[in-house]
Ligand binder design. Structure first.
Ligand SMILES: Nc1ncnc2c1ncn2[C@@H]1O[C@H](COP(=O)(O)OP(=O)(O)OP(=O)(O)O)[C@@H](O)[C@H]1O
Ligand SMILES: N[C@@H](CCO)C(=O)O
Length: 325
């Protein structure tokens, strides 16, 4: 249950009263999500016709200092017509406030559901939506370094240690050793870059049929290579959840959707297999670290690191080198 902090009815009503959104009608905690506390907020609406919002309270994983970047990006992309929730500013013009030392933001509610078994049409739409974000953010003035780059994979996997990795799966340390050093050594720095989402998993996309109605959870967004964002999205969308089965159909559709909006350079195209190994290592690293460091009685469900070890093996197999063509 991702509501870590309880907010009383009076506290919520007082908070909502600082916005021009009418009076609080109801507030329900949202179970999905692991990083932050989220509530579904209904109000009477500024025009009295009712309105719905998401209230997010940022917990430990999100730095308050990063909020101007994240929330400013949402406003920028929304103003450019991307299906991204705009933030609701309070009467003083602030995009977030502090309650008992924690930041809270009220954001636009978007319709749609997260798909668990995407179709090719949905993968194509997601690829196109990702490319539109890359283009729309070109004139976003702020930048943010990627805190989840190659140095962090080395740090997190190093902190797991051989014994820790072996406790997850006897084969895991060898899988990491086969790919981590060569991927980090070959990591490019000269590919087209800009603002990327960096975590566009199916649970961060809201859809109605084949239409993308919401891209959410921009809390890993940063300035990095566009092609790396494609690789992350590829790893997230083109396999079954366990990482055992790759779908060539979803892969072709996702890439075609992206290319229908933004062409890849020859250098980006050539780098995709390497970037995909990096994407798999990034989620393997955070999942393995969390697996070993999340107490058994924590509210959060740990995610399986082996699902990304299997993707890494798939991407590292020369027989699969042609999938990005
Ligand atoms: N703008 C929005 N419009 C509609 N629903 C939303 C919106 N933002 C979030 N939600 C809902 O709230 C849920 C949790 O949000 P989110 O994924 O951002 O939480 P989180 O804890 O930050 O995420 P994560 O688990 O990826 O760390 C989503 O699955 C979605 O159902
Ligand atoms: N999308 C990530 C979790 C949040 O970054 C994962 O599935 O491991």
């Amino acid at each position: 249950m991702a509501v870590y902090t309880s907010l009383g009815a009076e506290q919520l009503a007082a908070l909502i009263a600082t916005f021009d959104v009418g009076v609080l009608v109801s507030a329900k905690g949202i179970a999905e999500g692991v990083s932050n506390s989220n509530w579904l907020i209904d109000t009477t609406g500024a025009d009295g016709r009712g309105a719905r919002f998401i209230l997010t309270m940022y917990e430990q994983r999100t730095e308050v200092a990063d909020l101007p970047f994240f929330l400013g990006l949402l406003d920028h992309l929304s103003a450019k017509g991307c299906p991204v929730p705009a933030t609701i500013h309070d009467r003083q013009g602030q995009a977030y406030q502090l309650i008992e030392g924690k930041a809270v933001a009220l954001i636009e509610f978007l319709p749609g559901v997260s798909v668990s078994k995407p179709t090719a049409g949905q993968a194509e739409a997601v690829g196109a939506a990702l490319a539109r974000v890359h283009l729309a953010a070109a004139d976003f003035a702020s930048a943010r370094a990627n805190g989840m780059g190659p140095a962090s994979w080395q740090e997190l996997l190093g902190a797991c240690g051989e014994a820790g990795l072996a406790s997850i799966d006897p084969a895991l340390a060898a899988i990491v050793d086969q790919s981590l050093p060569e991927t980090v050594a070959a990591w490019p720095s000269d590919l087209p870059s800009g603002v990327i989402h960096a975590d566009l998993f199916p649970d961060n996309v809201l859809m109605l049929g084949d239409e993308v109605t919401g891209l959410i959870d921009f809390y890993f967004a940063c300035t990095d290579m566009f092609a790396y964002d494609i690789a992350v999205t590829h790893a997230a969308w083109c396999f079954d959840a366990s990482g055992t089965t790759f779908s060539p159909e979803l892969s072709r559709a996702l890439l075609a959707g992206y290319r229908s909006v933004r062409m890849l350079s020859a250098a980006e195209q050539a780098a995709l297999p390497l970037l995909a190994r990096g994407a798999a290592l990034r989620f393997l690293a955070t999942r393995a670290y969390d697996w070993l460091n999340t107490p058994g009685d924590a509210l959060v469900t740990r995610k399986d690191p082996m699902a990304f070890a299997r993707r890494l093996q798939f991407y590292a197999d020369p027989a699969n080198a042609g999938i990005f063509a």
